[in-house]
Design a binder for this molecule. Structure first.
Ligand code: AMP
Length: 210
């Protein structure tokens, strides 16, 4: 056990953090990665929207913040991720999409995964400039039905929250030598190829779905 931990060569699971500002393409790429590697998709945004549509108390509280482009409290999203990890004990691995969004969330995630002996394999960041993000989100807002995609002011607030609170999470993974960024502008396939190239450098041998 100690030997395995010390050399970290027998990591079973592919645990990927897909990182980037709102509108960078994390959701689109997550879907393709799930299909290829059979991973479980954990998107805190999707989990929160599901709470909202079920009309739970948590959902109602979160909605007020989400509609204004403000992050919900760390304890809320950490609790949701913790219970999803517990309910997917036999997963081949996870894609974390939109989580962690603060350094406190990243620290909590490491602690949760440590207890499962299944650390984060790496963080892959999709780089997209602010002007392109605003355009993409406004376009997406035309059919996503998301209130936070429809209003330019809220979009700018979300990008500001990202730059202030979320961008430092990259430094957390850089400190662990687990950070790689790639160009998030290009065709979906080009970006997917670049992500797969990074995954191929990990010390895991993810099973590709047939
Ligand atoms: P997303 O679908 O990832 O763009 O998230 C939509 C909104 O949900 C964000 O603007 C936040 O208000 C909230 N949210 C999602 N994930 C998190 C997180 N990890 N931490 C805090 N707030 C989050």
């Amino acid at each position: 056990m100690l030997y395995r931990k010390a050399f970290n060569f027998n990591q079973r699971m592919l645990n990927l953090v897909l990182f980037g500002p709102p509108g960078a393409g994390k959701g689109t790429q997550s879907q393709k990665l799930i299909d290829k590697y059979g991973l479980i998709h954990l998107s805190t945004g999707d989990l929160l929207r599901s709470e909202i549509s079920q009309g739970t108390e948590l959902g109602l509280e979160a909605k007020k913040l989400m509609d204004n482009g403000i992050l919900v409290p760390d304890s809320v999203v950490i609790g949701m991720i913790s219970s999803k990890l517990d309910s997917n004990k036999n997963a081949k691995g996870f894609i974390f999409d939109g989580f962690p969004r603060t350094v406190a969330q990243a620290e909590a995630l490491d602690t949760l995964l440590e207890s499962k002996d299944a650390p984060i394999s790496g963080m892959i960041a999709l780089e997209v400039n602010d002007a392109e993000l605003e355009n993409r989100l406004l376009l997406r807002g035309k059919d996503s039905g998301r209130p936070d995609d429809a209003n330019p002011e809220v979009i700018r607030k979300r990008i500001k929250e990202y730059n202030e609170k979320t961008a430092p999470v990259a430094g957390f993974y850089k400190g662990q030598n687990k950070f790689k960024s790639i160009n998030g502008i290009g065709s979906v396939e080009e970006i997917f190829d670049a992500i797969n190239e990074v995954i191929s450098t990990y010390q895991v041998s993810p099973k590709v779905n047939q």
